[in-house]
Design a protein around this ligand. Structure first.
Ligand code: NAI
Length: 470
């Protein structure tokens, strides 16, 4: 079976970049990305490619080449479903904030709505591809919903989890370590798997495309994120020990990373991991383990999250204790708000939680991030405070403790301390001598990413505290 028309439900950080690359690499396939969010679709269609809703290096270039040729963004979901022979579901699957499994389980309501809409609209056989990260055995639920109309349309459900990392999404899609495709081991299932293999084979080699049964594929995505986050929590746990023993966590990471059995990646100590995936996917894994009555396994993975929360709060406490046990009315400048460099995504960013902790102690938080807007920063804080049950009035008052700037120098003027929250490269190139003259003394730098030149900063006169540095 040759795929001619692809539709993707969800034009977010995954749907947008993945479909843009598929369209670029498969010019004979028409790719339509749809979303219920009209503003998001309008931004994807914006003539000025600087206004795309997702910031990723090289994304604008890819969209610029394929959009209008065989790549389309639309809010007409029904029409796109009807026309497609393969439908990707790339909608959000956040942690549930209500009811059964609150704070742990993945909220599958958006995925379920997609399945119901596909079942209602489809008039001919379709391959449905799970691109969203889903709990193992979700394909079964989807199949039940899709088959519920009894109208004779055949749906083949595949699992094709996405392994791109934000900030390097286009590079990751062009040169994927692997693409994983899970499907039923029946003749029709194998045919569907092959149809999707053929799409990726436009630019990837057979060695890069792995095929498995559906359940292994679904579980592999949760497992990959759990292992990656576990490495960060492991090195962050040791960073606390380094700080009291005069060992240097970067030296320890380098020493263990050169062991080929361990490897060098994901060993950078930091203020803690963020992003929309690690926390939610591990919580989901923990929930699944409890559901299947495996409490020891659940407890094991839960520690990765507990340690990450500890690391964020440890960083905030270190700022407070260093500033003579109070930050009340002090100006703390955050360099960076995104959860990592080269993205405008702020979901679960460590900056949000550190800011909350410091604001609770009375601090004024002054923020500069190269890609994140004031509206987004304030929305992130409002959302957290809403979840914590604060009234609108209280939230409005607390928002007055946050100031956002378009240039770093404005943000740093007359600050008591600087906290590096995101590892943006530009922070390393700033005129730190100039910054020092503008700050209150003693001038503190809290490097939550260990990216700055500590010796140089100390020579200028700064009091510097890194992560895992004695
Ligand atoms: P996102 O929130 O950026 O995008 C999801 C989009 O789906 C939103 O624009 C939303 O309006 C839309 N949507 C929701 N219901 C819809 C419906 N019924 N019809 C059409 N559109 C609908 O989320 P993101 O980051 O793209 O993540 C999507 C999935 O991919 C999640 O399951 C996530 O876990 C997974 N994932 C995310 C990665 C990342 O780096 N962000 C990496 C790998 C997987």
């Amino acid at each position: 079976m040759k795929i001619k028309n692809i539709c993707c439900l969800g034009a977010g950080y995954v749907g947008g970049p993945t479909m843009s690359v598929i369209a670029l690499k498969c010019p004979e396939i028409k790719v339509t990305v749809v979303d219920l969010n009209e503003a998001r679709i309008a931004a994807w269609n914006d003539e000025n490619l600087d206004n795309l809703p997702v910031y990723e290096p090289r994304l604008a270039e890819v969209v610029g080449e394929a959009r209008g040729r065989n790549l389309f963004f639309s809010t007409d979901v029904d029409a796109a479903i009807d026309a497609a022979d393969m439908i990707f579901i790339a909608v959000n699957t956040p942690t549930k904030t209500y009811g059964e499994g609150k704070g742990m389980a993945a909220d599958l309501k958006f995925v379920e709505l997609c399945a119901r809409q596909i079942a209602r609209i489809a008039k001919n056989d379709k391959i449905i591809v799970e691109k969203s990260t889903l709990p193992v055995r979700t394909a079964e639920t989807l199949q039940t919903i899709l088959d519920s109309t009894g109208n004779g349309v055949h749906f083949e459900v595949l699992s094709n989890p996405e392994f791109l990392a934000e900030g390097t999404a286009i590079e990751d899609l062009f040169n994927a370590d692997r693409v994983l495709i899970g499907g039923k081991q029946t003749p029709k299932g194998k045919e569907a798997i092959q149809a999707l293999v053929d799409v990726y084979a436009h630019w990837l080699t057979p060695k890069q495309i792995l095929t498995t049964n559906v359940w292994s594929s679904e579980l592999s995505k949760l497992t990959a994120n759990a292992f990656l986050a576990q490495r960060i929590s492991s090195i962050n746990a040791l960073s606390a020990l380094c700080e009291v023993t005069e060992a240097d966590v970067d030296e320890v990471a380098n020493a263990i990373g050169t062991d080929s059995r361990i490897g060098p990646k994901f060993l950078k100590a930091s203020v803690g991991f963020g992003g929309s995936c690690f926390q939610k996917d591990i919580l989901n894994l923990v929930y699944l383990c409890r559901f299947f009555n495996l409490p020891e396994v659940a407890h094991y993975w839960e520690q990765v999250i507990i340690l990450n929360d500890y690391q964020k709060s440890r960083f905030a406490k270190k700022i407070i204790s260093s500033l003579f046990n109070t930050v009340s009315d002090k100006k703390i400048t955050f360099l960076g708000w995104a959860f990592k460099k080269d993205t405008n995504d702020t979901r679960e960013s460590a900056a949000i939680y550190v800011a909350e902790h410091l604001i609770e102690d009375g601090a004024q938080i002054h923020v500069y991030d190269p890609k994140v807007s004031e509206a987004k920063i304030k929305a992130d804080m409002s959302y957290l405070w809403e979840l914590n049950g604060l009234t609108e009035q209280k939230i409005a008052l607390k928002l007055k403790q946050i100031f956002v700037y378009k240039t770093p120098m404005e943000a740093l003027n007359q600050a008591h301390a600087v906290a590096v929250m995101t590892e943006w490269d530009e922070f390393k190139t700033y005129d730190w001598e100039g910054i020092y003259t503008k700050m209150y003394k003693p001038a503190f730098v809290f490097d939550g990413r260990n990216i700055l030149d500590v010796e140089k900063l100390i020579a200028i006169g700064f009091q510097v505290k890194g992560i895992g540095k004695g």
